[in-house]
Structure formats: C-alpha cells, structure tokens
Design a protein around this ligand. Sequence first.
Ligand SMILES: [Mg+2]
Length: 305
Amino acid sequence: MAYSLDDKLVVGVSTRALFDLSEAHEVFRSEGVEAYTRYQIENQRVPLTPGTGYPLVKGLLGINERLGETLVEVVIVSRNSADTGLRTRHSIEALGLPITRAAFTRGRPVADYLEAFSCDLFLSAEDADVVRALQAGFAAGKILPVPATSSHEGEVRVAFDGDAVLFGSASEELYQREGLEAFQANEAARASEPMEAGPFLPFLRALCRIQERFPPEDCPVRTALITARDSVSHERVVNTLHALGVRIDECFFLGGVRKAPIVKAFRPHIFFDDQLVHAGPASEVAPAAQVPRTPPRPAPEVGPR
Ligand SMILES: [Mg+2]
C-alpha cells in the first residue's frame, strides 16, 4: 500500500524558507537563472545556513523522534530545478534532517502540488506562491528575514494573530472601514456569535491533534494567540475557539499595544500575522511570516458548451 500523508501534520516548505538563500537569490535577481544555476551547482557542497522556517521544521520533526512514531512530515516544495535543488539536499543531509520528499517545479508555481502532499502548512518566500496557496484554502505564510535570536528550547512554540489568521477577516474589515468604536460595538453585540474560521485554522487543528497525544503537563507543542484586540472582545474569541473545536494555550489581548515585546517573551518557533506592522517588528525578535490578505480566487470561467 502507498504511504499516506493524510493522518500526518505535513509542512510544505520552500528552499528559501528552510535555508538562508539570500546570497544565491541575489545572484538570481541580478544575473538571471543561468548564473543562478551555475552558482548553485558550483556551490552544491557548501552547506546552507538555517532560514526562517528552519526552527519550526526542526522542532516539529523532533516530536517524531520523541514519540518514536511519525506524526509530522516535511516536504520540500520548490521552484528550483532538481539540479539547483541538490545544494538543499546536501544541506538537509549535513544537518541530519529526516526530510525525504521533495517537489522541484523549475520556476513554475508550486501551490498546485500542496494538496497532493496533504499539506497543513506552506512556508515560502515567494509572494505569488503564498497567495495562490491561501486562495486554494491552505494555511500559508510568506517568511520574513531570519532573526538573530533563538527560539525556545524544549517545546515547539507557535504564535498566531487572531483576525485574518486564525479567524476570518470580517471584523477586521469593519474596523478598517468604520473605525474602532464600530468594531467594539460589533464585537460586544456579537459576543456569543462565533467568528468564521481563518486561513490558519487547519494548521492549528493539526497542532491540536498532536497535543492530544501527550499529557498536558508534558506536551511538546505550545500555542499562543497574540491579538491587537482588547479584553472587551475576550468573550467572542473564547466562544469562537470553542465553536471551532480548537484550544490555544496562551492568549494575549493587547488592546493596541505593540506585539513584538510579547513575541520576544514567548520565543516562538514562528509567529504568523496578516499585518506587516506587527509581523515586521516581530521578525526582528523571532522567526515570523506574513499571511497576506487575499481575495478569494475567481471561479473558473465556464467554457462554451
Ligand atoms: Mg490580523
């Protein structure tokens, strides 16, 4: 029987999200694809240093080792060609990462292959791929530059923004359109009405399934919600998490206070936020990714009958 990824937490990660390829990418940008190919082949035995997505990938794969069972799989999903991807392969081997699956599309969009690998999360440095993945219903983040700090040791920590990340963007859009007062009135009036699920709910669900395998006092995964909402909307958030059937370990209602200091204190392996004003400063103190807000993909046109 074929090996099934359906019951695993699967992370699809691009080569630039897993490793710091800024130098090679600069060659690609300034000199083109042929120079890039030459550069990567010439340097294929020069190991790459970890990128923004590396701490999360390494931490999640460590759970398999601890349990003696495979709960997490990581797949390289890359626009590289198989030959320029060799440097990644060698770096994975040098670091001893148990990653055995990869897709190399040689410049073509990779998002169309996420479903075939049952991906619960996709990390990439490429805007177009992230947007396409989100439109197809995947939790996807565009990684920001590699931070200088290290993540928490001992447990894998993942921090999420609320609106437009774990939850839908309806309340956020109302805030943008009509301001804080209208937003607060709306949240108070609808306190018992759960919000819609956002793009990262499937990934949080997959993390919760792993958490269920461990006693709470000895769980290798810890999650946090870090929201700019104030505690007035506490009730709606709690009702929404219940309705969506997920749990979050730590919740921070910041009422507009800067998120970066909280992110720094939590020391996550990654932090996801839709707004660069939060994700940007956070990326200086922890690995971070932006979840761009995207209009739904237009329905395919119906051809002539
Ligand atoms: Mg938000």
